[in-house]
Write a protein that binds this ligand. Sequence first.
Ligand code: WQD
Length: 335
Amino acid sequence: MNILLTGGCGYIGSHVAVVLMSAGHQVFIVDDLSNSRRDVVGNIAEIAGRSPAFYEGDVGDVAFVRDIFRRHQIEAVIHLAGFKSVGESVQWPLKYYQNNICGSLGLFQAMEAESVSKLVFSSSATIYGDPQYLPVDEAHPQHVTNAYGRSKLHIEDMLRDISASRPSLGVVCLRYFNPVGAHDSGLIGEYPRGIPNNLMPYVVQVASGKREVLSVFGGDYPTPDGTGVRDFIHVMDLAEGHLAALNFLSSNKGWHAFNLGTGRGFSVLEMIRAFEKESGRTVPFRMAARREGDVACSYADVQSAERALKWKATRVLEDMCSSAWLFQNRLSTKD
Ligand code: WQD
């Protein structure tokens, strides 16, 4: 199938591209490179043995996207392009609404104009807010507390309305928990610009000596060791979940949403210990105050995805740590 992959030069996008191409699909990447690097296309090609097509541009530019749809008879869209920092979204909400919501709106208008009827959308567990029960299932109340999460929820709701008006359309919203790790080749991985917001890239940079110490945000949560608990999922399991969603759309229409997680939570301290074991490095850390907006504990109920998508995460915490460390080492030799 010919698939348009927005944000395909990013962390999740590059892994999705590899999985789709390994499954025999033709991938057409659209990325504005605002938070990614052009040379990722070459890394994807090195892994897949052939290159995806690449267009630099704005997914919200209707004429630009329609031209790509027509030129390549695109049959499905996997939409990952979007800003994704919770903290930044609190500081710059308009930037998030413009980029995430207006960008998606243009893409959906182009899809409708060119009768493209399959969409997999990158959503987030952030839309659930502080869990009222665990594990979190898809019916959990939605309580967004920041512009990033609100943009994801608004886009999901836009897609509910669009799919209700267009019976031929099939939509799957994938609600990511905490993606970490990298492809086994070490050629692609998480490469954030500036100071990492998320735990794993920060741990990796401390282990490599790029940063001195990790601040553990809160040691007094009502969790077994007092630190935050999250459902960390290997990025390759997450990427395979997108292929499973695409296959699901070959025989299903309408709007659907699925959690992508492992169904199990690990604490910050457990992640640090696992990483030290896999990397052979010490990760110096200091206990710090809780981070505004953080929840104590979150992990997914993944039964819906397992049943409907016939998909299940298989990689363990050790795989996540060893692959992230491999990628960092390859970066260090490159930089
Ligand atoms: C995980 C745990 C922190 C950094 C966010 C977004 C979510 C998704 C993934 C986009 C928490 C602790 C972190 C650090 C720390 N992104 N931590 N020191 O906040 O669960 O989720 O990223 O879709 O939408 O909300 O992930 O990796 O930032 O934090 O102690 O330097 O690690 O307090 O307990 P989070 P995270």
